[in-house]
Design a protein around this ligand. Structure first.
Ligand SMILES: [Zn+2]
Length: 486
């Protein structure tokens, strides 16, 4: 084995710390997985995305994984032409230098759970099949999945299928029981769920340019988002900002951070890892190794801000700058993820969501906060941050759709009980007593954001904004922005 600076015991103690902080989580140390990528689909983009994301997340908690060897070359933008089996093995070994990861044939008695990625085989006992393409993701432990047409533009469905597989496997590992019959399909395009795939599954418009995107935060969600971006062709001017560095506990839930990244001297900046991951597929981002400030905002003049930082001062700092379209995503202690959208003046703002914070503040998402040595350590399950990243990227990609916004502005999803798991949506309105946006005049927006790419989402100007936007009554206006009833 290659040289690694931490002993096996010390590495797992630190790496699994946040996973083990989640209530009810224990006893996954000896769980073993077998992964089979369907041979007929293994050369196709959706199966390769699903397989790579799946082994990446799995290797951040499961210490024994066997992969059925596949004789295929990678078709993924970050690794085109590489031996795909070797790519899967390298990905796992980079996540966990002490894992027992092998490319070898196995049978049902060798492992605790078999995951079939892609294909239409019928799952046998102690196995599941997952499939995804375009916006669609499916999982079953009891029936063959319908074949999907091959969409090589969009990593969303395959990535979410991988997250579903990981949540299923993690649940089996800690509960030592296998769920009842489960067959579920999801669309990340309209957040629908059902027992068959949604037939609406359009390819992405590769000619669309998404404008200037500022990603604030390169932690578990942000770095996972950049990993997903490296698996596709995203036309955008991307900027990334974070002051923090990678440490072993960060390696449990990020698709990007390797074990080696977490033990360097001096420490490796999270933003530099994200930069490296993006460059692997040719994306050159502007890099800011600093906390978010108005200076970064001014330097980037973003069309879209992705607020993926946990630091509480970030929320008002963004909102005080009269931001353009903002998305946020968070994870919860109870197997859940949240996603929110903020169209200026039309919808709740980022401070309506999180409030002005001080040390006593507790976010409405009730993220598990455990006081240890005056530092707040968050408990999080390995698949939650990648899943929150999938939801965030899905919303970004929807900007290319004529009918944007396709959906409501706040969604929650819980992986706790997969047979009943659905996206729960709400349209959140502005808070009349919001400390920031209630004091901000709509009159400034045309001057500040008139040239930004998504300014039209604020509605016709100034007709829809003849009153000041501080009255908090935006329900009538915002209701036209999504089709309800899905
Ligand atoms: Zn507000």
């Amino acid at each position: 084995m290659r040289k690694f600076d931490l002993t096996k015991e010390e590495w797992y103690k630190q790496r699994d710390d946040r996973t083990l902080r989640v209530e009810g989580v224990k006893g996954f140390d000896h769980f073993s997985l077998g992964i089979v990528v369907d041979p007929l689909n293994a050369k196709q983009y959706p199966s390769q995305v699903a397989a790579l994301v799946c082994v990446n997340i799995m290797s951040r908690w499961c210490k024994k994984i066997s992969i059925q060897p596949i004789d295929q070359k990678s078709v993924l933008p970050n690794s085109t032409g590489a031996d795909f089996s070797k790519l899967l093995l390298d990905t796992m070994e980079n996540s966990d230098p002490y894992g027992n990861f092998q490319l070898k044939s196995f049978n049902q008695t060798d492992v605790d759970l078999i995951i079939h990625v892609g294909g239409t085989s019928t799952p046998i006992e102690k196995s599941i099949v997952v499939n995804g393409s375009g916006w669609i993701a499916g999982i079953s432990n009891s029936a063959p999945l319908i074949s999907l047409s091959n969409d090589d533009t969009n990593p969303i469905g395959p990535s979410f299928a991988a997250c579903l597989a990981c949540a299923y496997a993690f649940n089996v590992a800690i509960s030592k029981s296998y769920p009842v019959a489960l067959t579920k399909w999801y669309s990340l395009l309209d957040f629908s769920a059902g027992d068959s795939p949604n037939s609406v599954n359009p390819a992405l418009d590769n000619g669309f340019h998404f404008g200037k995107i500022l990603q604030v935060g390169c932690g578990a969600v942000g770095s996972s988002l950049d990993y997903l971006i490296s698996l596709m062709k995203l036309n955008a001017d991307l900027s990334i900002a974070d002051f923090d560095s990678v440490e072993p506990p960060n390696c449990c839930s990020s698709l990007s951070f390797t074990a080696d990244d977490s033990v360097t001297t001096p420490l490796t900046k999270k933003v530099d890892v994200c930069d490296r991951v993006l460059k692997s597929s040719g994306v050159i981002a502007k890099v800011f190794p600093d906390p978010f400030t108005g200076d970064i905002y001014s330097a980037v003049k973003p069309d879209l801000i992705l607020c993926l930082a946990n630091e509480q001062a970030v929320w008002p700092a963004i909102q005080y700058n009269y931001p353009p379209l903002v998305y946020h995503a968070t994870t919860t202690p109870n197997w859940g993820i949240n996603f929110g959208r903020h169209i200026p003046t039309e919808e709740w703002c980022i401070v309506c969501r999180f409030g002005i914070t001080d040390y006593k503040f507790k976010p409405v998402c009730s993220t598990a906060v455990v006081e240890v040595e005056e530092k707040k350590i968050l408990g999080v399950l390995p698949f939650l941050s990648p899943s929150a990243a999938v939801m965030t990227l899905a919303e970004v990609l929807k900007l290319s759709r004529d009918n944007y916004p396709v959906n409501q502005n706040f969604y929650q999803f819980s992986f706790k009980n997969l047979p009943g798991a659905e996206f729960i949506g709400q349209q959140k309105e502005r808070r009349p007593d919001c400390e920031v946006c209630s004091t901000q005049s709509a009159d400034f927006y045309p001057k500040l954001l008139g040239n930004s790419k998504y300014f039209h989402l604020l509605g016709p100007w100034p007709v829809a904004h003849s009153q000041t936007c501080s009255d908090g009554k935006s329900g009538e206006k915002s209701s036209r922005y999504f089709s309800s009833g899905k």
